[in-house]
Design a protein around this ligand. Structure first.
Ligand SMILES: [Zn+2]
Length: 169
C-alpha cells in the first residue's frame, strides 16, 4: 500500500471526483506515479496553445479540453520521468517513442489504465488513432467533463490529498 504520487500539487484545482483516482491509487497502487507538468487543470490559454502546437494535446483551446474544465489528469509511472524533455520540465533531449519505452513502463501504464477504468474514468490509452497510435496513455478524464462549467470554479482540494502533500513535503 501507499504508492507515492509525485508532484501531487499539480493536481490542485482538479474536480474532486477526478481526484478520487489519486486518493484510491495512494491507498492501493502498486507503484509510484507522477502528475505531469500541465497535467491537471489548465487556466492559461498560452499553455494550451503550446501543448497543442507541440503535439502534446489534440485540443487547441481550453474550452474543448477536459483539462480546461478541471475534468482530467495526466499521470505516468515514475520510471517514465527520465523521458520528459527539458522544454517540458524534464531532463531528456526529447520525448521517447512508445516503442522505445521499457516493457515495465508500458505494463505500468496499462495497469494504471485498468485501475482508472475500473473506477469509472475514461482512459486515453484506449484512443488509438492517427495522431496517437498508442493512445494518450497518461490521460484520464471524467466521462461527463463536457458538462462541467467553463471556466472551472475553484474546487477544494480533498483533505486526504492535503494530508499526503503535508506528509511528503
Ligand atoms: Zn490529458
Amino acid at each position: 500500500m501507499n504508492a507515492r504520487i509525485l508532484h501531487l500539487e499539480r493536481a490542485r484545482g482538479a474536480h474532486p471526483r477526478m481526484l478520487v483516482l489519486l486518493i484510491e491509487w495512494s491507498k492501493r497502487g502498486t507503484f509510484d506515479i507522477c502528475v505531469a507538468m500541465h497535467g491537471g487543470v489548465r487556466t492559461d490559454p498560452g499553455v494550451q496553445t503550446m501543448l497543442s502546437g507541440g503535439g502534446m494535446s489534440a485540443a487547441s483551446t481550453l474550452k474543448v479540453t477536459p483539462h480546461g474544465r478541471a475534468g482530467a489528469l495526466d499521470l505516468w509511472p515514475l520510471g517514465f520521468l527520465a523521458y520528459v524533455p527539458k522544454s517540458f520540465g524534464g531532463n531528456a533531449a526529447r520525448w521517447a517513442s512508445w516503442a522505445e519505452l521499457p516493457q515495465l513502463i508500458r505494463d505500468q501504464f496499462a495497469e494504471f489504465g485498468r485501475f482508472s477504468k475500473a473506477l469509472g474514468f475514461r482512459w486515453g490509452g484506449d484512443w488509438v488513432g492517427k495522431n496517437y497510435p498508442n493512445g494518450d496513455q497518461p490521460h484520464h478524464e471524467l466521462t461527463d467533463w463536457q458538462r462541467l462549467p467553463f471556466p472551472p470554479p475553484t474546487y477544494a482540494f480533498p483533505v486526504e490529498l492535503e494530508a499526503l502533500l503535508a506528509s511528503t513535503s
